[in-house]
Unconditional design. Structure first.
Lengths: 120, 111
């Protein structure tokens, strides 16, 4: 089945530093990937939609200069948390849809296993 | 306002028992409804996807139903196992890639 790999699984960084999280589709091409944030005991909150070869689309209230997204290839999207602060500590998850265009709208989303970010 | 509400918030059942989780939505228009299982500290895994014309779909011991008229869905788990302990998330799409997540139901299966 379709596999999405997310790396790292855990990262601890100091306040003010930047952290990059990678999301790879291992056995399929993902034109579109999604980035979410999840707080404890809450559901996922979509942060942005990452489109290969173009700028990401950010949800309302998500700072695009804070959360930099790059989708340079059909199998890799990265999320960089810039100048991280303790309030950025959270569980970040990516997903990708199998298929392209309208076919993928009703296809399953394949999620990575998430990255636990702790900013000290 | 597009919303997805799940109930109960949490549920404890004994191993081997059945249970049903509910999802009510006010999303419009409607494209599809998905159920996901999320183990603690992991990404969600797809269980079922239903479009407007489908009113039931099974995946092993998981059976999802959809009533598009009343905008309700349920996820029925048969003969629960300890490994079913997880959060179950209902996600509704109004079209395209747009998705609206429910808060999830946390299921605890006890021996």
């Amino acid at each position: 089945g379709a596999v999405v790999s997310q790396h790292p699984s855990r990262v601890i960084c100091k306040s003010g530093t930047s952290v990059k999280i990678e999301c790879r589709s291992l056995d399929f091409q993902a034109t579109t990937m999604f980035w979410y944030r999840q707080f404890p005991k809450q559901s996922l909150m979509l942060m942005a939609t990452s489109n290969e070869g173009s700028k990401a689309t950010y949800e309302q209230g998500v700072e695009k200069d804070k959360f930099l997204i790059n989708h340079a290839s059909l199998t890799l999207s990265t999320l960089t948390v810039t100048s991280a602060h303790p309030e950025d500590s959270s569980f970040y998850i990516c997903s990708a849809s199998l298929g392209q265009g309208k076919i993928s709208y009703n296809s399953p989303l394949h999620f990575g296993n998430g990255t636990r970010l702790t900013v000290t | 306002k597009n919303q997805v509400e799940q109930s109960p918030q949490s549920l404890i059942i004994l191993e081997g028992k059945n249970c049903t989780l509910q999802c009510n939505y006010t999303v419009s228009p409607f494209s599809n409804l998905r159920w996901y299982k999320q183990d603690t500290g992991r990404g969600p895994v797809s269980l079922t996807i239903m479009t407007f014309s489908e009113n039931t779909k099974s995946n092993g011991r998981y059976t999802a139903t959809l009533d598009a008229d009343t905008k309700q869905s349920s996820l029925h788990i048969t003969a629960s196992q300890l490994s079913d302990s997880a959060s179950y998330i209902c996600v509704v799409s109004p079209g395209g890639f747009k998705t609206i997540f429910g808060a999830g139901t946390r299921l605890f299966v006890k021996a």
